[in-house]
Design a protein around this ligand. Structure first.
Ligand SMILES: Cc1cc2nc3c(=O)[nH]c(=O)nc-3n(C[C@H](O)[C@H](O)[C@H](O)COP(=O)(O)OP(=O)(O)OC[C@H]3O[C@@H](n4cnc5c(N)ncnc54)[C@H](O)[C@@H]3O)c2cc1C
Length: 353
């Protein structure tokens, strides 16, 4: 049938939903609270299933061109010894192509660039989703982990849960030969090459919730990781303190439904997950394509949304549970040989692709 849709949030999921819904015959407005698209941001791994979603939206080739295939890497211990190898060739054989790394601003720019200029209204924060339900035939909540639309549907019955770790991340002006993760006792450090002279990095440390922030993040990172294998100390020395981001990691209590009447949730608003599998943005893209597909030629939007919920809720919640499990595994402080064996098994079983 088509109709007038409003998407709350112009992030990855919201822009993808706008593209998909327009192709399915809907007139779409995106309301984004930020004044503009972000100019900076770290890299995202886009898995093959999400690349196929981008193909459906007509921007897969451009994202592949703007990104780069993930190179091989290793899981190591703090002394540099190898726990497991990340076999990207096997991954590519299994899923048809490699994971692609692309920065968040580039992915957002590609998605936004495929939309007519008047679709996204920047500087438009939504405080009352109820008013939108009156004005539009369809409301899509793509407003991220602290979703206002989710709160309007569910109140505080399904809160965010602390996942047990504090995470730091950023981009450093150093070049590393190989990416990968290093797992120590209750903490890990990850590196991803991001082009000539640049490396994405992240660190996660098991900590009780609500600990005061360290006065100096770089000094804290040096204290925690400064005696780990190279190139970690070299990268820490090169960090610009102003570019270090820190947050407590949370995920969302599983929701009993992603839809209510003519309102649908997608992406982090529906299933915010820990970053341990690198799948949050991928699932948001897959949600967007599924939502548009269910709404194409739908006479009854509410029935189409129920079909979207049936299609997406279980798979996305399974991946969120997997991410939480992977995060817990990397927080282990004891039985590290058993943990390493579990990690090898999980890698051999492979990700959802
Ligand atoms: C450290 C880290 C690494 C990650 N790595 C990966 C990775 O490698 N691969 C991967 O797939 N995923 C990764 N993720 C997850 C990924 O970033 C998120 O899952 C993804 O951004 C979710 O997209 P979204 O569109 O649902 O939400 P968001 O990206 O949060 O977008 C929500 C948008 O809504 C806007 N908004 C919020 N509230 C309102 C409001 N009231 N009114 C109007 N606008 C509003 C916000 O400004 C924002 O633009 C990572 C996350 C982290 C933290």
């Amino acid at each position: 049938m088509g109709g007038r849709a409003v998407v709350v949030g112009g992030g990855i999921g919201g822009l993808a939903a706008a593209l998909g819904l327009r192709a399915a015959g809907w007139e779409v407005t995106v309301l984004e609270r930020s004044a503009a698209l972000p100019a900076t941001g770290t890299g995202l791994g886009i898995w093959p299933a999400a690349l196929r979603a981008l193909d459906t939206l007509g921007v897969g080739a451009e994202v592949r061109r703007a990104g780069r295939p993930q190179a091989g890497g290793a899981f190591r211990r703090p002394d540099g010894s190898r726990i497991a190898t990340l076999d990207v060739d096997r991954l590519a054989r299994r899923h048809g192509e490699p994971v692609h790394l692309v920065t968040r601003p580039v992915l957002l720019a590609v998605l936004a660039g495929a939309l007519p200029a008047d679709v996204v209204r920047f500087g438009a924060p939504v405080a009352d989703p109820g008013a939108l339900v009156e004005a539009y035939d369809l409301v899509v909540g793509a407003d991220g982990i602290n979703s206002t639309v989710r709160a309007a549907l569910h109140g505080d019955r399904y809160p965010l849960r602390y996942a047990g770790t504090v995470a730091w991340r950023g981009v450093a002006d150093v070049e590393v030969a190989e990416g990968g993760e290093t797992w120590g006792r209750g903490r890990k450090f990850g590196l991803t090459p991001a082009g000539p002279g640049r490396t994405n990095w992240y660190a996660a440390v098991a900590r009780p919730e609500g600990r005061p922030a360290p006065a100096d993040d770089r000094a804290e990172l040096r204290r925690l990781f400064g005696d780990w294998h190279e190139p970690i100390p070299r990268l820490l020395d090169a960090l610009d303190p102003a570019g270090i981001l820190r947050h407590e990691v949370r995920d969302l209590t599983p929701l009993p439904s992603y839809v209510s009447g003519r309102v649908a949730l997608l992406g982090d608003a529906a299933h915010a997950m820990t970053p341990d599998l690198g799948q949050g943005a991928c699932q948001a893209l897959i949600d967007a394509v599924a939502l548009a597909d269910c709404l194409r030629d739908a006479d009854d939007p509410a029935a189409a949304l129920r079909a979207y919920d049936r299609r997406r809720r279980r798979p996305a919640q399974r991946i969120a549970a997997g991410a939480r499990w992977a995060g817990r595994l990397s927080q282990a402080r004891r039985l590290l040989p058993a943990r390493d064996a579990l990690l090898r098994l999980a890698l051999a079983a492979g990700p959802p692709g």
